[in-house]
Ligand binder design. Structure first.
Ligand SMILES: CC(C)(COP(=O)(O)OP(=O)(O)OC[C@H]1O[C@@H](n2cnc3c(N)ncnc32)[C@H](O)[C@@H]1OP(=O)(O)O)[C@@H](O)C(=O)NCCC(=O)NCCS
Length: 194
């Protein structure tokens, strides 16, 4: 595929273990609780003293933003209970590059939710013509870095003091997955070496 479809369709994505669906206003209470969690405060841009109104505004602004496609996530066995969210964001249509941003609700962590969600999002991005998927995470965010490495993302480097984060300049770890990359190894190079 030589072109990327953007915005990518906000269709339901599922692998049987989790379901990714369009966010609804009723998710706002859960999103508010997640935003107030210590890890989210530490590693994401979500403001302190997050309120229900801010969550509603955030979801509506995402829905209206031509550069973002956002899903709410549930476990298949717990339908209706918001367990996290994932966004695919446009980086460049010309270079067919998107980025991912994600958060799992505290109660839902370490159950594979984001592993399954990010894998579905990667497949969706590649199916819609993406060539490169990036994630920039704070270098201190061990959970996010482990997740990405397990998903086959390659650590491209650390941008020293690359981001202003809640009043300080902090290091950023830049990860990527290419459509031909499997588990961090370039598949075409691996095949050439066979
Ligand atoms: C990072 C985050 C999204 C991981 O979500 P999750 O649904 O718990 O991830 P998974 O259950 O799929 O975990 C997959 C792997 O990631 C790694 N991982 C996840 N949480 C971890 C932690 N607290 N410490 C170390 N490794 C961790 C592990 O290797 C884990 O596999 P394992 O459980 O088999 O050991 C979640 O911790 C979170 O929402 N954090 C706060 C917000 C945030 O940092 N967002 C990312 C910004 S870039």
């Amino acid at each position: 595929m030589s072109e990327m479809t953007w915005p990518m369709p906000l269709v339901e994505l599922t692998d049987g273990y989790i379901v990714m669906r369009e966010p609804v206003d009723d998710d706002a209470d859960a999103l508010t609780a997640v935003a107030q969690d210590e890890q989210s405060q530490k590693y994401t841009k979500v403001p302190a003293d997050y309120t229900h109104e801010m969550a509603v505004d955030y979801m509506r602004s995402r829905a209206a933003d031509p550069g973002t496609v956002m899903w709410a996530i549930e476990f298949s066995e717990a339908p209706g209970r918001y367990a996290g969210n994932l966004e695919i964001r446009l980086v460049s249509e010309i270079s067919r590059t998107v980025s991912l941003a994600f958060t799992t609700a505290p109660w839902a962590r370490r159950k594979g939710l984001m592993t399954h969600s990010a894998n579905l999002a990667l497949q969706h991005a590649f199916d819609n013509g993406a060539r490169r998927v990036e994630v920039a995470t704070l270098a201190s965010n061990t959970a996010s870095r482990m997740l990405l490495q397990n998903l086959g993302f390659v650590l491209e480097g650390i941008v020293q003091k690359g981001r202003e984060h809640k009043g300080s300049m902090v290091d950023v770890a830049v990860f990527s997955r290419g459509r031909d990359t499997e588990a961090g190894i370039d598949a075409s190079a691996a095949r050439a070496g066979e």
